[in-house]
Design a protein around this ligand. Structure first.
Ligand code: KIV
Length: 270
């Protein structure tokens, strides 16, 4: 038996995450998909890191979140958890890993928790996923729900559009909370609806394109850092222009290799 002490985690726990709502302290959430970015995001003080299935788009280069597999999510989530010491780590259940019945959902979410060290899963769905949410919660797997714009339904929804069905949104939020979800992502819905849902349910609402009255916010890291190419949604605020920084550095490196200015004497051995 190993004499090494068990590595203790000081990560934010699910109950602490939930308690933030009553404490009136907003929650900051960002995505991350690999070790160096997760380490930077964690050390900068974010409350939770989501290994989102946007991995499919921003890392793998697909045009939707549908292609990414459960094995690929696990592969990336394991890198993230290895880097994180204070944030809560949540992993997306990729399409269709939560849609094949409660038993299969427990098997898939169980793999995520066992093989990655993450503390919770997120799945797209509200009322339609209530049975799965409660099955997972009863199995000891914390679940964050995700309603409004559901990118995994892009083909059914006919694109990435603001969702305005007021009754459906309220019903989905209430059903997810009643089923035992510990939090809920509200994506691309009118800010007044998000504010109403936030008052209605006892669990934290995490908005993306849902205004500033949610209990917290989430953004895709690559979007907010200015790493994403092409269309960036209206709800994204770009806090940096990392693409330009990287392009400038690479261009300068190429020029200096050509000119012989790199490597200089300080980078050389005698
Ligand atoms: O996959 C993801 O990154 C997400 C966020 C956009 C909430 O679900």
């Amino acid at each position: 038996m190993s004499t090494q002490p068990a590595k203790r985690s000081a990560r934010l726990t699910v109950p602490q995450f939930v308690a933030r709502k009553a404490e009136g302290k907003k929650l900051s959430v960002l995505t991350a998909y690999d070790y160096p970015m997760a380490q930077l995001v964690d050390q900068a003080g974010v409350d939770a890191i989501l290994v989102g299935d946007t991995l499919s788009m921003v890392v793998q280069g697909h045009d939707s979140t549908i292609p990414v597999t459960l094995d690929e999510m696990i592969y990336h989530a394991e890198m993230v958890t290895r880097a994180v010491s204070t944030a809560l780590v949540i992993v997306d259940m990729p399409f269709p890993s939560n849609l094949l019945g409660v038993h299969e959902a427990i098997r898939n979410a169980g793999r995520i928790l066992k093989e990655t060290g993450a503390q919770a899963v997120k799945l797209e769905g509200g009322a339609d996923q209530a049975e799965v949410i409660s099955g997972l919660v009863n199995a000891g797997i914390p679940v964050m729900a995700h309603i409004g714009l559901r990118p995994q339904l892009v083909h059914q929804m006919g694109g990435y559009k603001v969702q305005r069905d007021h009754e459906r949104l309220l019903n989905d939020a209430q059903a997810a909370a009643d089923a035992g979800a510990f939090g809920i992502v509200l994506e691309c819905i009118p800010k007044e609806y998000a504010a109403e849902i936030t008052k209605l349910i006892p669990i934290p609402t995490i908005g993306i394109g849902a205004g500033n009255e949610c209990d917290g916010q989430v953004l895709v890291l690559n979007d907010m850092l200015g790493l994403t190419t092409g269309h960036v949604p209206k709800f994204v605020k770009q806090y940096a222009t990392i693409r330009d920084t990287i392009s400038d550095a690479v261009r300068q490196y190429c020029e200096e290799v050509q000119s012989g200015d790199f490597p200089g004497p300080e980078h050389s051995f005698r």
